[in-house]
Ligand binder design. Structure first.
Ligand SMILES: [Zn+2]
Length: 481
């Protein structure tokens, strides 16, 4: 079983097959159905029941989430618990709505089976570069867990327990805590203003379960295929990727495209298009995932800060009006509330949540945040090393180098030139004159060049480079001697 699993996981084509032809797509689906039917992926993860208990009870719901203490298989299990839970919420909402015109079989079609979810997670794991010190699968799961935790804290996702870990020994469990504390405050927050009618909490109506699922999937795939480099680096060195995406959100566009290729093998049109429609969701999963992943571009950071500040201003305006004795105050309040509702779309909420989750390392308890800090520092260190290597190589390839530095950077150059000219080129070009007499000019230049390099050789080997020290010429188009 484990052999089968590693075989599947090592097959790159399993991850990123570009299935343009419908026949290939069909074949792949058959292949996928076959392996999902025959392999128990949860069992293949080979996690003991005590570790499963530890993960379920002390990791998934905890802000102390110890990413670096979990194996990759255990991280997959974490993701499975989260995605499975979200899928169940989607099913529950579907069942409680008036969508009973679909049979239970069709409902099962709309959400992948548990085994297929784990199979999908294995493919996601393979789409991240394990060699990256920071932007690897561990970071993906960390952002997924942070997103999940925020959703619970915002009351957008239910949970049986929440663990606030100040330290490992100080865990305390708060059962299904409703976050009504804010209600006691005089000034209302944006979310309270939006949801005044629904018990002053950020109610599930703000985001539908299908949107929550879309956000969790976006968190999981938000750095797919990350090369361990920055947008700045890719643009500065004119990488093909930066050209393709016109130097705009280069990595984020790339992550989405890679993730879309992967996810559509597991989450079919039924999940992407049919399901959101079935639960009257106005945004498709595809659109929501794209927008959420693009929101993680740090170049857009200040754009989001400005949006948040604007909401703060609206909330202040609302609260100020609430305290006035103006007869029109309710009308003004309703106007502001509608303005907020219009702007605070689920798309924006998702973007804000994933942004917070993506840079949440520094908000984790000290031990965890320090581990992440070290990992990020190492990745940045590697980028700096690569940058300096590329700078040196660029200088070596600079064709306008002065003669002295040219010889300093390429001390063996004269030997190679003399050897190649005398062994191959001069003889060939002299001989070929019998057939192509018009190439005589080349022979003339070869002879001048070899004479130049012989002179350099003499000066370096016999004269200790005395003549060269006085030269500061830029190499001309032909030999100067
Ligand atoms: Zn990230």
């Amino acid at each position: 079983m484990t052999n089968n699993l590693s075989l599947i996981c090592q097959t790159n084509s399993f991850n990123f097959v570009s299935l343009n032809s419908s026949i290939l797509k069909k074949r792949f689906q058959n292949y996928l159905d076959l392996i999902v039917h025959n392999i128990d992926f949860e069992e293949s993860l080979n996690i003991s029941s005590s570790r499963k208990f530890f993960i379920k009870e002390f990791c998934v719901d905890s802000w102390y989430f110890p990413s670096h203490d979990l194996s990759y298989e255990e991280l997959i299990y974490v993701a499975f618990i989260i995605i499975q839970k979200s899928c169940n919420d989607v099913k529950t909402e579907y069942n409680s709505n008036s969508c009973s015109n679909l049979s239970s079989n069709s409902l099962n079609d709309l959400v992948p089976s548990n085994n297929k979810i784990i199979c999908f997670l294995l493919a996601v794991k393979n789409s991240y570069h394990a060699g990256n010190k920071f932007h690897n699968f561990r970071h993906a799961i960390d952002v997924l867990q942070a997103t999940y935790f925020f959703l619970i804290k915002l009351n957008l996702l239910s949970t049986d327990s929440l663990i606030y870990a100040k330290s490992q020994s100080q865990n305390r469990i708060i059962k299904n805590k409703k976050l009504n504390i804010l209600n006691s405050l005089k000034s209302k927050s944006i979310t309270q203003i939006v949801n005044e009618e629904v018990q002053n909490t950020l109610d599930k109506s703000v985001m539908k379960p299908i949107e929550v699922l879309g956000l969790l999937l976006a968190a999981l795939g938000h750095d797919t295929g990350h090369p361990g480099l920055t947008n700045l680096f890719l643009c500065k060195h004119e990488s093909p990727l930066s050209t393709i995406f016109n130097e705009t959100s280069v990595l984020e566009n790339y992550h989405y495209i890679m993730f879309e290729k992967l996810i559509t093998n597991f989450w079919t049109e039924k999940h992407f298009i049919d399901l959101p429609k079935t639960v009257s969701c106005c945004i498709s999963l595809k659109n929501l995932i794209t927008e959420s992943i693009l929101a993680t571009d740090m170049a857009k950071h200040s754009e989001y800060i400005t949006k948040i500040k604007h909401f703060k201003e609206l909330a202040n305006e609302y609260n100020n009006n609430a305290n006035k004795n103006d007869i029109n105050k309710d009308e003004i309040k309703n106007k502001i509330k509608n303005q907020i509702k219009e702007k605070l779309t689920s798309k924006l909420l998702c973007s804000l949540i994933i942004k917070c989750a993506d840079i949440s390392n520094v908000t984790r308890p000290l031990r965890v945040s320090t581990q992440w800090g070290i990992a990020l520092g190492k990745e940045f260190g590697e980028i700096a090393t690569l940058e300096s290597l590329l700078t040196i190589n660029k200088r070596l390839l600079d064709l306008t180098l002065r003669l002295v530095s040219c010889l300093k950077n390429n001390p063996e150059l004269y030997k190679g030139q003399i050897f190649f000219i005398n062994t191959f080129a001069l003889e060939l070009f002299k001989s070929i004159l019998e057939i192509f007499p018009n190439l005589r000019f080349a022979v003339g230049i070869i002879e001048k060049n070899v004479a130049f390099w012989e002179k350099i050789k003499y000066d370096i080997e016999i004269n200790d480079g005395k003549e060269l020290n006085g030269l500061d010429e830029i190499l001309p188009l032909e030999a100067i001697y």
